[in-house]
Design a protein. Structure first.
Length: 114
């Protein structure tokens, strides 16, 4: 059986520098009670505009978005929009998941809002 060497996840998204949760939150100007690496999670997140940040996903927590403005962030190993009526996930057999947590982008790819 032939083993395929996995490529870095960043190669799947050349136009989107991958970041950690904390790096995305800093870039978006979001604040929270605790860092993303805390054993209890971040706690409530507030956007720089003062809006409440919600989280959600189809396979665990995959995205976060501000309820008052268009800011958001997306986990690029989660379920991603592919078009108007479909989505897909990264091929985990082809791409290595970064051990440093850099798998997020500071972008509201689903256009979520309230």
């Amino acid at each position: 059986m032939t083993t395929i060497e996995k490529r870095p996840l960043q190669e799947a998204f050349p136009d989107h520098p991958l970041k950690t949760i904390d790096e995305c939150m800093t870039e978006l100007g979001w604040t929270s009670e605790r860092s993303a690496s805390h054993e209890q999670g971040t706690g409530p997140i507030t956007c720089s505009c003062g809006g409440k940040v919600k989280t959600g996903g189809w396979i665990g927590t995959e995205h976060a978005w501000c309820t008052a403005c268009p800011k958001g962030m997306q986990l690029m190993i989660g379920f991603l929009p592919g078009g108007n009526s479909w989505g897909a996930c990264v091929d985990f057999d082809r791409f290595a998941i970064p051990e440093d947590g850099r798998a997020w982008i500071p972008e509201n790819v689903w256009g979520l809002h309230e």
